[in-house]
Design a protein around this ligand. Structure first.
Ligand code: CTP
Ligand SMILES: C[C@](O)(CO)[C@H](O)COP(=O)(O)O
Length: 235
């Protein structure tokens, strides 16, 4: 792969959106004039139009058919029960096509507000690094740990704590090894970075905008619409 080549893109979109509680998986809900999925794919495409996209979908997905995928090169992959299984399925589908050293960026379909400038900044930082890493934002709230009920047990320090976001980017070979290692060891991982950490490596934290939110609950959808509107304004 050329040093400035586009990364591979994996978009896990096989979730069912249970916390959203809508009539369809949240990636198919309208967001402005598009669906959440089309908005997210368009943001990625605006930076890497020539990239190959691996799009993980629920094998029983009934909603995808009308979705506009802006990429010329893309493949549909059957997702798994958990997010990490969807990502691992995509990596397995890339075997024989990707080189061990190729960069792979994994981005949640549920994060439609990621900006082009954060995407470019992330990849540039990863290319200077030996491990890889993720967009993240320092925690700004005071944190509480609950007791056995719903009362405060302690107030842990937020010093050094970050919110993990996506994209998360690693080289193809190490990311596949990390997720297979997590699978074989029964390690519960909710993102790619935690699988890499379980190999004993330390992913790089790349500061990203805090408005790269993950749509999880109904109010997040309204919030995402406002963020997209605000991002149209010159900053
Ligand atoms: N088996 C799964 C589960 C999740 N995802 C994807 O992983 C991302 C983060 O997951 P989350 O926000 O938790 O989405 P859902 O699983 O859809 O939501 P919920 O947990 O509320 O059901 C989403 O882009 C989702 O589509 C996936 O590809 N495969
Ligand atoms: C990958 C992620 O978006 C980073 O914050 C997050 O871990 C996904 O978690 P979820 O439990 O699948 O929503």
């Amino acid at each position: 792969m050329r040093a400035d080549a586009a990364p591979w893109l994996i978009v896990p979109a096989a979730g069912r959106g249970t916390r959203m509680g809508s009539d369809r998986p949240k990636q198919y809900l309208p967001l402005g004039e598009r669906s959440v999925m089309t908005q997210t794919l368009s943001r990625l495409h605006s930076v890497w139009p020539e990239a190959t996209l691996m799009l993980c979908l629920d094998p029983d997905d009934e909603w995808f058919e009308d979705t506009m995928v802006p990429f010329s090169h893309w493949q549909r992959v059957d997702g798994g029960e958990a997010r990490w299984q969807s990502v691992l399925a995509a990596l397995h589908a890339m075997a024989g096509q990707a080189d061990e050293e190729d960069w792979v960026l994994v981005h949640d379909v549920a994060r439609p507000c990621v900006t082009a400038s954060d995407l470019k900044h992330l990849l540039a930082a990863l290319r200077r690094d030996r491990v890889g890493g993720l967009l993240a934002s320092p925690v700004t709230d005071t944190l509480k740990r609950q007791d056995d009920g719903q009362r405060v047990a302690t107030t842990p320090s937020r010093d050094g704590l970050w919110r993990a976001m996506t994209p998360q980017g690693f080289r193809f070979g190490v990311l596949r090894r990390a997720l297979e290692h997590a699978r074989d060891g029964g390690v519960a991982v909710t993102d790619e970075a935690s699988a890499i950490e379980a190999l004993g490596l330390a992913p790089l934290l790349v500061t990203g905008r805090s408005d790269n939110i993950k749509i999880t609950h109904p109010e997040d959808l309204r919030f995402a619409a406002m963020i997209l509107e605000s991002q149209r304004e010159p900053t």
